[in-house]
Write a protein that binds this ligand. Sequence first.
Ligand code: CU
Length: 152
Amino acid sequence: MNRRSTVASVIALTASLALAGCSSDGLSGSPELKVSGAFMPQPVGADMAAGFLTVQNTGGGADKLTSVTSDISDDITIHESKDQKMQKVKAFDVPADGELDLERGGNHIMFMKLKQKPKQGEKVTVELRFEKSDPIKVELPVKEPTYNPEKH
Ligand code: CU
């Protein structure tokens, strides 16, 4: 193969990858993240709270939610729920062309040792950190303690 045809085939390959940009093959592309549906039920009693949201990924590359920070707590972890118990995880997958759902009874953000107790109607700002994407700042509106929206 001479040099010219190599260049031509590279260009052809690049073009086909660009056309496949929105497919879910996951082999190429970078994550494109968007957060929606964020909320925090008003904490009752103990000085802990949970946060819920959806991270949509419209990109062709997978990402991971690795940590969360906020002014209201220095002890924030991400938890999954299994058999009615919750446990800390290192990261949540945000699949290419898919979404990560944090919802009541399932995966959630866990705020411990709250510095102040957010009340219904207030907003809590958090920063989501990802393996690949830039951090995303999200405002969680504080809802009544039993709030549980229907998804989709
Ligand atoms: Cu938890």
